[in-house]
Design a protein around this ligand. Structure first.
Ligand SMILES: Cc1ncc(C[n+]2csc(CCOP(=O)(O)OP(=O)(O)O)c2C)c(N)n1
Ligand code: SF4
Length: 334
């Protein structure tokens, strides 16, 4: 009979490895306090920012709701890698909606809970940037406008990753995707288009809007917990690097998420009722080039003759954010 030794690598789960470890020997990830709502064993790529962001966001929502949480999930990587039929990595009540109607499905769940008098149950809707900024945008705006009691979380990896890296309206200018190839006089994605959904959410005047990155998971957890405690519509937009779609190394996910904030391209803030109330300041400002260079989706800008004009235009976008949100502590972080 063949013999298979028990391995202890799955210590972040409720599977055999976790249960066999003594309390003292458990890693932080294997602590019994953590709900592991998005459990290990799913099929995300190595270094997937979306998997990391969802794991921390949903665990924080579980803690904040006293484990009374239901999630609706748009079609996209998060749904596909976590639920290859008949398996699932979710350890919460979880429903897969269509690609474009997650906000509406979550609204329906919230209405059902209201009718049942279950004000203790909290509802999360989640999706990628395509499901949020493009096809799901109408349902999302309706959810905001009605101030439905739902927290919507967008995991922004800046393209349609699940179907092969097509451009979305959250794809940054000059980026190479399968549908914005680096050819012609202005290679990559166009400048001056796209949508800034956190600002659009704020324009709806909803109680709470926040942005976050997977480089600061404590900040992310804090924002999710805050949002769960607020009644009405809430929106959190999380920056989640995608090694496969960006052509970045899987061990650079956190570093890229840190650098996008430190260069000013992705401002991290909170807003209440349409007004910015707190901003995460840049600790040490870096040029956008430092953030872009390790990603192959920008490789066409760094050839033999670097596209200095294009890089300068992207730097100008970061500078505008820095000014608009007051991201620099004067005299401290340059
Ligand atoms: C109506 C409809 N159109 C197209 C698709 C195919 N489709 C599934 S997921 C997806 C892209 C998802 O992109 P995004 O929302 O950015 O999530 P990601 O995979 O990047 O996490 C597309 C186009 C679909 N499922 N339904
Ligand atoms: S393609 Fe990107 S978003 Fe999808 S599982 Fe892989 S790393 Fe994550």
């Amino acid at each position: 009979m063949s013999f298979q030794p028990v391995r202890f690598y799955q210590t972040g789960t409720f599977t055999v490895g976790n249960r066999l470890l003594d309390q003292d020997n458990r890693s932080v990830q294997a602590t019994q306090v953590r709900t592991n709502s998005l459990n290990s064993g799913h099929r995300a790529c190595q270094g997937c920012g979306e998997a990391l962001g969802a794991r921390y966001a949903i665990d924080a929502a579980m803690v904040a709701s006293d484990r009374q949480l239901i999630a609706a999930n748009a079609t996209g990587c998060l749904e596909v890698f976590s639920t290859p039929y008949p398996e699932t990595s979710w350890q919460i009540p979880w429903i897969h909606s269509l690609f474009g109607n997650t906000a509406a499905v979550a609204t329906g769940i919230a209405a059902a809970m209201r009718i049942k008098g279950r004000s203790d149950v909290r509802i999360v809707a989640q999706g990628g940037d395509g499901g949020t900024t493009d096809i799901g945008f109408g349902c999302l705006s309706g959810m905001f406008e009605r101030n439905d009691d739902v927290l919507y979380i967008c995991y922004d990896n800046e393209a349609y990753m699940n179907t092969g890296v097509q451009r979305s309206s959250a794809t940054p200018p000059a980026v190479r995707t399968a549908t914005t190839m680096p050819v012609g006089p202005e290679p990559g994605n166009v400048f001056g288009q796209g949508k800034n959904v956190p600002l659009i959410a704020m324009a709806h005047g909803i109680p709470y809007v926040a942005t976050a990155t997977v480089a600061d998971l404590r900040d992310l957890e804090y924002k999710v917990k805050r949002a769960i405690g607020i009644r009405g519509a809430k929106y959190i937009h999380i920056f989640v690097p995608c090694p496969l779609g960006w052509g970045s190394a899987s061990n650079e996910t956190i570093q890229l998420a840190r650098m996008v904030k430190e260069c000013g391209l992705f401002p991290v803030y909170e807003a209440e009722n349409g007004e910015v109330v707190s901003v995460s300041k840049i600790r040490k400002q870096i040029p956008v080039e430092e953030y872009m260079r390790p990603q192959r989706r920008y490789a066409h800008l760094f050839g033999k003759t670097p596209a200095t004009k294009v890089i300068a235009k992207i730097q100008a976008m970061a500078d505008r954010n820095i000014k608009k949100f007051g991201l620099l502590e004067e005299g401290v972080n340059r």
